[in-house]
Ligand binder design. Structure first.
Ligand code: LLP
Length: 431
């Protein structure tokens, strides 16, 4: 479930009409539902309750500090991929001791910072990285908790740009090599071998790839527990969400039709808990999209409607710099008007103002007829939306709002235009 729906003819986030937010904060505008975030976290938490576990929210999917604070207050941990993300988590009130640090390119400075802050584990992706962590830890006279990311070489059946668990990718250490790596790492005095980690990809909508990967890695985890006393096994993130709901009378119906085949926390847990429980290790998960994806929308205003010989172009004030997923992955985001429209649908392309043909949100999609000034919501934009935004075409970053019941708060102001070039300097010979 999520908390965006029409009440009468007006599209609402929880108890707030989204149109009222547009009037107050303008467009393009990201709007997040605290209730959806909370419910998604709790559903997964509950489903996994038969095993000792920790949900580490993937900060990369949505790093707004209010979003992080909501999850920190629920007792969540965090999956971070940079020193910057760790600083954000700390600033938001998150506990570094519940953070796992992933990524193939951790710098010395990032390792030092994370070590001083006491992260739960460095999820190392190569032997040179383990050696670097050892060096930094020795210099600081500390012991660094580490896990190795195992690449299980299983196919996740998702988009090529977001699959990570096969040998085609840069991630992790090959399954066959992992034990030897642990044996060598166990001789490095300033490392503590704390766990084993994997992550096979993103937007996975069936439980089978997760189950395959866990089944394959389980004996390895058992041996590492016996030989090296590891205490956790992280099964990564990747749980997929519904982007394309079934349409009933013009309004999206999320869980009735489209949701029937959805990967629910219950289905996920029903298959994985029986495998994980006998292992006797703490289970970590790193969901991003599952928690934040359906919890956010991007609201945009129609600037022009342009009919060419063949097409109906709806030109809006948001663009690929605000939400790059359609341009980058040809991702589908449901698009609906904030005020419900009756009448025949028109095949339309919704496009942004950026000077690229790739700047589109949908192509040849049947949408209600809209005109200048109407507002549209792009649904399921809470994950990998704002966080992937850029200033391309010198467009300021959008504002973000968090809704809680009938309350709404600006949780990031619209970027002032001048801030975009504030760090630029004239070369001395041009002064
Ligand atoms: N853990 C690791 C090690 C990861 O690399 C990722 C995502 C996650 C957890 C969280 O995955 P999730 O639960 O959100 O699927 N920008 C792309 C997605 C990139 C995912 C990168 N890694 C998109 O918009 O679809």
């Amino acid at each position: 479930m999520h908390d965006f729906r029409y009440v009468g003819n007006q599209f609402h986030c929880e108890g707030v009409a989204v149109e009222s937010l547009v009037q107050k904060f303008g467009t393009p505008l990201y709007v997040y539902s605290q209730r959806t975030l909370t419910r998604r976290f709790q559903e997964l938490d509950r489903a996994m309750s038969p095993v000792d576990h920790l949900i580490c929210f993937a900060v990369k999917s949505n790093s707004n500090q209010s979003v992080l604070r909501v999850l920190a207050k629920l007792g969540g941990g965090f999956d971070i991929v940079s020193g910057g993300e760790l600083q954000r988590v700390i600033a938001a009130g998150g506990d570094p001791r519940r953070c796992v640090f992933a990524g193939v390119g951790k710098t010395e400075a990032e390792i030092e910072f994370a070590l001083r802050r006491g992260v739960y584990s460095f999820n190392a992706e190569s032997e040179p990285e383990l050696q670097r962590i050892q060096r930094v830890a020795a210099r600081l006279r500390r012991v660094a908790p580490v896990a190795v990311r195992v690449n299980p070489d299983v196919e996740a059946h998702t988009h090529a740009k977001i699959t990570t668990g096969t040998y085609e990718n840069k991630f992790g250490i090959a399954f066959e090599q992992v034990e030897a790596v642990y044996a060598r790492a166990s001789r490095l005095k300033n490392l503590r071998l704390r766990g084993l980690q994997m992550h096979i990809g993103s937007q996975i909508t069936e439980v089978r790839p997760f189950e395959q990967a866990v089944r394959k890695v389980l004996p390895l985890a058992r041996r590492l527990k016996e030989r090296h006393g590891i205490e956790f096994f992280s099964i990564g993130g990747g749980l997929g969400i519904v982007y394309q709901p079934a349409l009933a009378s013009g309004a999206p119906v999320w869980w009735k039709a489209a949701g029937r085949n959805l990967l629910t926390p219950e289905k996920y847990a029903a298959r994985l808990v029986p495998l994980l429980k006998p292992l006797g290790l703490r289970t970590l998960m790193e969901p991003g999209r599952f928690i934040s994806g359906n919890a956010g929308i991007l609201v945009t205003r129609v600037e022009y409607v342009k009919r060419t010989g063949r097409k109906n172009f709806v030109i809006v004030d948001a663009a690929m710099n605000d939400l790059i997923r359609p341009a980058f992955y040809e991702a589908y985001h449901e698009i609906i008007p904030l005020t419900r429209k009756r009448g025949a649908a028109i095949s339309s392309d919704v496009v942004g103002p950026v000077c690229e043909s790739g700047d589109f949100f949908c192509k040849d999609r049947n949408l209600p007829a809209v005109g200048e000034g109407d507002c549209l919501a792009l649904l399921s934009a809470g994950a990998y939306g704002f966080v992937m935004a850029s200033n391309y075409n010198t467009r300021p970053l959008a504002a973000e709002v968090l809704v809680h019941g009938r309350r709404a708060a600006l949780v990031r102001e619209r970027q002032p235009l001048k801030e975009i070039w504030a760090g630029e300097r004239f070369a001395p010979w041009l002064k």
